[in-house]
Design a protein around this ligand. Structure first.
Ligand SMILES: [Zn+2]
Length: 117
């Protein structure tokens, strides 16, 4: 499943970042996920929690900030937004659309405790 593969990657990235930053523990990880990623937030959060359990970032909670799909029509320049797949311009019905946002998947920030403080 898609979400498990993403969670696996995230856990590795966060664990590497935690080592680099010399963190004792990680409490929260915030990621931004575009609508086109078609991620089920509950599944991804659960997968992340379970996979993190086996690592030094056990206990970390994942928070997902959804990013809306935004498309700009190359015909009339109107911007169409949606939570789901929309591939036609809401104004002129054109299909020549440029994706402005909705493909993202990255770690925004994380919170944790430094070692020895
Ligand atoms: Zn248009």
């Amino acid at each position: 499943m898609h979400e498990w593969a993403i969670a696996d990657n995230l856990v590795k990235l966060v664990a590497a970042a935690a080592r680099r930053e010399d963190l004792e523990s990680v409490s929260k990880v915030v990621i931004r996920v575009g609508a086109l990623q078609q991620v089920v937030p509950e599944t991804l959060e659960m997968a992340f929690r379970m996979m993190a359990e086996e690592t030094e970032i056990a206990g970390a909670r994942l928070k997902i900030e959804p990013v809306l799909l935004k498309l700009r029509c190359r015909n009339c320049q109107t911007i169409t937004t949606g939570n789901d797949f929309v591939f036609t311009c809401q104004k002129c019905g054109g299909v020549d659309l440029e994706i402005i946002s909705g493909k993202e998947l990255y770690i925004d920030y994380m919170e944790g405790e430094k070692k020895g403080t």
